[in-house]
Design a binder for this molecule. Structure first.
Ligand code: NAD
Length: 298
């Protein structure tokens, strides 16, 4: 049986590990949180006492951690770096959204020990993680991309090979920067229409069927009550937090800086979301940006 070590069982990693167990993989799970471990156990995962215990002899090691420093610490320069215990035929799949430089450096450190590594950030949110319909955006060699397929297919629907190491992370932040711009523009347009007497649902339908149509209008309308299942209709709870969008926009700004790519729209979107966070909205879904545009009650 194929053994998968899964490190990081948070909002995303928890359901991803559960889907692997459901698909018949032997999943050895580890997280710093005892509660996350309990949940993983109830969903068919074997619990490990340490990340090293989970990774020893595993065929795949998957990580789903907050940021680059956690990924580097886990594999390369923490107290018990996993590259010391992972077997050379295994493949490391890091699904965290982190900076492309760290992804490339960790891949190089693995290669020195003969261990394969791919960056495989995801799109699709917690709902996609639970439903097993995530999009994976993979950076690595052709052979590593092929090797990753069986486990990625158990957790996702669309699996793309973006290019060499780090390319998955660059593609991911390009997408999320565009998403932030589309959401900001959608909030701006709907707010202006409503202030001029339009019904938000009618205006949204008009724009959806016209040249302003976009993903935010199609599946994630930011105006409360327009779309029953969107976070906007649930008090902006659940979904994709403003804090995470700001993190991804910070990563996009790093890529822009390093490559001297002009990103005036991305910079503006980052400023808008940061201003919104400063208003105490960091934990709300990112479509709550609409509130930044709305008149405050006197
Ligand atoms: P989360 O905070 O819910 O989960 C992170 C988990 O990692 C926590 O359970 C934490 O205890 C654990 N952890 C941290 N350091 C660890 C270590 N050294 N060893 C073991 N466990 C450790 O975060 P999340 O929402 O699951 O996001 C994870 C990653 O996925 C992030 O990089 C995020 O940007 C990305 N992402 C999130 C979403 C989303 O909608 N939540 C969507 C796409 C991508």
């Amino acid at each position: 049986m194929t053994t998968v070590a899964f490190i990081g069982l948070g909002n995303m990693g928890g359901p991803m590990a559960a889907n692997l167990a459901k698909a018949g993989f032997n999943v050895r799970a580890f997280d710093l949180s005892a509660q996350a471990l309990e949940t993983a156990k109830s969903q068919g995962c074997e619990i490990a006492a340490t990340a090293s215990e989970a990774a020893t002899d595993a065929d795949f090691v998957i990580s789903m951690l907050p940021a680059g420093k956690h990924v580097r610490g886990l594999y390369v320069d923490g107290d018990a770096p996993l590259f010391e215990v992972i077997k050379p035929s295994a493949l490391v799949i890091d699904c965290s959204t982190i900076d492309a430089d760290t992804a490339r450096q960790v891949a190089a450190a693995g290669a020195e020990k003969g261990i394969g590594f791919v960056d495989a950030p995801v799109s699709g949110g917690v709902g996609g993680a639970q439903a097993g319909t995530l999009t994976f955006i993979v950076g690595g060699s052709e052979a590593q991309f092929a090797q990753a397929q069986p486990v990625l297919q158990a957790m996702g629907k669309n699996i793309f090979h973006a290019g060499d190491h780090g390319a998955g992370q660059v593609a991911k932040v390009c997408n999320n920067m565009l998403l932030s711009i589309l959401m900001a523009g959608t909030c701006e347009a709907i707010n202006m229409g409503v202030k001029n007497g339009l019904d938000p649902a009618v205006l949204s339908e008009i724009m959806k069927q016209s040249s302003g149509g976009n993903w935010a209008l199609n599946v994630y309308n930011p105006y409360p009550g327009v779309m029953e299942n969107a976070p906007a209709s649930k008090g902006y709870q659940g979904g994709f937090q403003v804090d995470l969008m700001i993190k991804d926009l910070g990563l996009a700004m790093d890529v822009s800086q390093q490559s001297a790519s002009p990103v005036p729209m991305g910079s503006a979107a980052r400023s808008l979301f940061t201003l919104h966070k400063a208003g105490g909205n960091g934990k709300l879904d990112f479509s709550s940006l609409l509130k930044l545009y709305q008149d405050k009650s006197e």
